[in-house]
Design a protein around this ligand. Structure first.
Ligand code: KG4
Ligand code: ZN
Length: 338
């Protein structure tokens, strides 16, 4: 069964065809980063206009090798995201579903991030610390604990079965990706901040004292205090950008890894699943690999950041559960998970 996925929630226009919820047949992403970089962040109106310009060619490209008669459903992100951007994808998907007489499947972008872990090019890390054999592509086992760390969300979600999401924790202020973007701005680095901080940190050491908000007794996260501490450090002067970037990155990783692993032990889950743009960060993933007592699934970087393959994979499982949308389907910019 092949699903065409469409993603336009933020600044990537993406379309992909995925077979059986896991095999990527095509995966096309038109990034708008170059356009938004000059403004230092995403300009919503510019983003939606750009989606309009590119969506037809992106879908055409994703369908190059695929016959429309082999497509069994159209999955599209309905939220969370920018309203104008979401509208482009949802209306396009509706039109195609209507014209081709295919089921329309509305998808929650956060659930889709989790489903990047079902794509077969996702890899499984080893739970072992001392160099024992890596177990590749072993699949996902329930119950699993999902950490979604993106530009807009930091959510800790327990998944006992397909389509069942129980939110355990969330950010109380900045999302992890948002914190990276703001930290980069403080340090005079480019947008998007995550890759810029990661790159700058390569030539530094995590030697600076930055705070960690543990929020004892809660599975929530908080990163705004860390951001403020970085601001004070940077404005005091005499601190290298590389060391500041490395210290910031380590502080974020430390909190995410420690709190997620603590919850995984308490809940006795089979696996930890990482997802969202921040899961592309190597310091974060290495810290998980070294410290987790259970195996950790981490999609490759291009499937951590926004893409439509994850939307198609999520759409496949929604369809299996009978979750089909009507033509009245609308965008939900503030949609949550769990
Ligand atoms: O999941 P995503 O592509 O879009 C949202 O749904 O928000 O996440 C984008 C976020 C941005 O804040 C970006 O700075 C961050 O992910 N990001 C990273 C890395 N790559 C992207 N953060 C840390 N390290 C990275 N390598
Ligand atoms: Zn995303």
């Amino acid at each position: 069964m092949k699903i065409l996925g469409i993603e336009t929630s933020c600044d990537e226009t993406a379309a992909a065809v995925v077979e059986g919820g896991s095999r990527i047949v095509s995966n096309v992403i038109a990034s708008q980063i170059d356009i938004h970089t000059r403004y230092g962040g995403i300009v919503p109106e510019v983003a939606s206009r750009q989606h309009l310009l590119t969506i037809i060619s992106v879908v055409d490209q994703a369908m190059t090798e695929v016959d429309w008669r082999d497509i069994n459903g159209i999955a599209v992100t309905i939220g969370p995201g920018l309203a104008g951007s979401l509208l482009v994808g949802v209306n396009f998907a509706k039109a195609v579903a209507m014209a081709k007489k295919l089921p329309l499947i509305g998808v929650n972008h956060l659930e889709a991030h989790i489903y990047a872990n079902w794509l077969t090019s996702s890899y499984q890390s080893s739970p072992f610390k001392d160099g024992e054999t890596e177990r590749m592509n072993c699949g996902v086992y329930f119950p699993c604990l999902c950490l979604i760390v993106s530009g807009g969300h930091s959510d800790l979600v327990l998944m006992r079965e397909h389509g069942h999401f129980e939110k355990l924790g969330r950010t109380r202020d900045d999302a992890a990706g948002e914190a990276f973007d703001k930290a980069a701005r403080i340090l005079g680095l480019d947008y998007p901040g995550g890759p810029a901080i990661e790159h700058a940190a390569c030539s530094g050491t995590p030697c600076l004292p930055l705070p960690r908000a543990w929020l004892q007794g809660s599975q929530d996260f908080s990163f705004s205090g860390l951001k403020t501490a970085l601001w004070h450090l940077a404005h005091k002067g005499g601190v290298s950008v590389a060391d500041a970037a490395a210290s910031f990155q380590m502080a974020v990783a430390d909190v995410l890894v420690t709190k997620t692993i603590e919850a995984a032990k308490q809940l006795k889950v089979e696996q930890i699943l990482l997802s969202g743009g921040v899961a592309a960060n190597k310091t974060l993933t290495q810290q998980f690999l070294v410290n987790s007592p259970v195996s950790v699934l981490i999609p490759p970087p291009h499937l951590c950041t926004d893409n439509a393959a994850m939307v198609a994979a999520c759409g496949y499982y929604n369809l299996q559960l009978g979750k089909i949308s009507g033509y009245e389907l609308d965008v939900v910019p503030s949609l949550h998970i769990g």
